[in-house]
Write a protein that binds this ligand. Structure first.
Ligand SMILES: [Zn+2]
Length: 485
């Protein structure tokens, strides 16, 4: 436990008591180069938690704040306190960048660190799914990305109908979060997803049996290898979602990066430092004072990349709260290999490209920015590594964009950029130890919650505001995981 002599006070925010889950004040303090929360619950007493493994990273990330984008509509009409009226209330500071639609809470695994609480209680009816999409289109107009999640979404009896429906909506890209076991049972599902332009977001924590026994409760190493072989053989695009736990799978990072770089179909990696909110997650043993945080994972990636990535290639994502994400984009060089895009762009241009959108170059203003940056690159004095290769790649992207027969659309741009650009994200979901209300206010990853599902803890903590009739709530992910499950 930190005592008064051990730390320097920085500021105060609102967090949760890890014992009762109630909202409590948290002092944000610095000690020995790390950032901690010190809390006191009137009922359960004091608690402490590590929230960031590097004070310099934490303070620097706060300079990446950019104004959010106003959604076209909000499901909650009246602000009634935060997070009481969540979903989105008139004071939420960011639009829905990525909706995560939980289409079932059935799952064929019982992972000790599951992020959600699977009760095997529902398959989302198709009509409610349509209602969710109506709400999303009303609030967002069009969507760059929709994620189908669960539970294990491929277990839904109408899963393929949901995917087909999304193709008829204003959605540029669909991703499906899956453990992959369903793909082994129905290999034609891989072709179906590929034909519908869906990215398989595969849970992949590493390659070692011990990793899976610890994180997933059973050895899935052989199954994961078969899923990867299947996806690669069928040339299906996929992303790798890696849950990172201190003392369990840090040593898997170099192998995961090697697979990512050598595999054309691997479009992105998402590292998620462990978060303890779900069925097993809350009891999965760990010390809240010794967790992996974003700068720790950045260091593991830089060390594990064999020198191709540096810590400075990763920047906070200004779209969300900067403490939620770090990311880098990598452009494929004509002669093979990749170069990180932050090394070749002016920082301000790069930040503007990603400020309200986690996906690269997804609107016409962004393409203009990219063009401006390229003109500057041409006149730069040559200190940029891989400059001529990167320029060739960017020229290829721009000429493909210019040649788009269908005109400019997010779907068309994505089909071009994903051939040339890979991304690595780190997303630190919050649990009751690390929960920070100031982060939730700018969350851009939302669970659409259809009418009728109880917001249990919120209902008890205050009177929910009146909602727009027929609308579903769009709940910031960590508010829902911590306060509503
Ligand atoms: Zn308490």
């Amino acid at each position: 436990m930190l005592t008064l002599e051990d730390y320097t006070y920085f500021t105060t925010t609102r967090s949760l008591c890890p014992a009762c889950g109630g909202l409590v004040d948290a002092k944000v303090v610095f000690s020995k180069g790390k950032v901690y929360f010190l809390k006191h619950c009137p009922k359960d007493g004091p608690s402490q938690a590590l929230v960031c493994g590097d004070v310099a990273w934490y303070l620097d990330s706060l300079t990446y704040l950019k104004p959010g984008t106003e959604p076209k509509a909000r499901s909650v009409e009246t602000y009634a306190g935060c997070p009481t009226s969540c979903g989105l209330c008139p004071q939420h500071q960011q639009h829905t960048c990525v909706p995560i639609i939980e289409i079932t809470d059935h799952c064929d695994l019982k992972c000790p660190l599951c992020l959600v609480k699977n009760r095997d209680s529902f398959f989302l009816p198709f009509e409610k799914f349509q209602g969710i999409m109506d709400t999303l289109e009303r609030c967002e107009g069009s969507l760059n990305l929709v994620n189908l999640s669960g539970g294990e979404p491929t277990l839904h009896p109408e899963f393929r109908r949901f995917v087909e429906h999304l193709a008829s909506r204003k959605v540029a890209k669909t991703s499906v979060s899956t453990n992959g076991l369903g793909l082994l049972k129905q290999p034609d599902l891989v072709d179906f997803l590929k034909d519908h332009g869906v990215v398989v977001s595969l849970q992949l924590d590493g390659f070692e049996p011990a990793t899976y026994k610890s994180l997933r409760g059973t050895d899935l190493s052989a199954d994961k290898k078969r899923v990867l072989d299947l996806l690669i053989r069928r040339e299906a695009p996929f992303s790798m979602t890696v849950t990172m736990v201190r003392g369990v799978n840090e040593a898997e990072v170099p192998g995961l990066l090697e697979l990512f770089f050598k595999t054309d179909q691997a479009l992105s990696m998402m590292f998620q430092p462990c978060c303890h909110t779900g069925t097993g997650g809350a009891s999965f043993g760990r010390d809240p004072m010794d967790i992996l945080t974003i700068p720790d994972v950045v260091r593991l990636i830089a060390d594990g990349s064999g020198g191709s990535l540096k810590r400075s290639d990763f920047l906070p994502l200004p779209c969300s709260h900067p403490a939620c994400f770090a990311l880098t984009y990598l452009i494929k060089l004509p002669g093979g290999g990749f170069t990180p895009i932050p090394r070749i762009f002016e920082l301000d241009d790069y930040l503007d490209v990603i400020k309200n959108n986690a996906l690269f170059g997804m609107d016409e203003g962004n393409v203009g920015r990219i063009k401006d940056s390229i003109y500057r690159l041409w006149t730069a004095s040559g200190s940029i590594p891989d400059r001529s290769g990167a320029l060739k790649s960017i020229k290829a992207i721009l000429s493909e964009l210019n040649e788009l027969k269908s005109g400019f659309s997010p779907k068309a741009v994505m089909s071009v950029t994903e051939k040339h650009v890979k991304s690595i994200f780190i997303h630190h979901f919050m649990d009751s130890h690390t929960f920070d209300l100031s982060r939730a206010v700018k969350c851009c990853q939302h669970y659409p919650i259809p009418d009728g599902r109880p917001l249990s803890r919120l209902d008890r903590s205050g009177t929910p505001a009146p909602e727009t009739p027929g609308a579903c709530r769009l709940m910031p992910a960590c508010v829902f995981n911590n306060l509503c499950r």
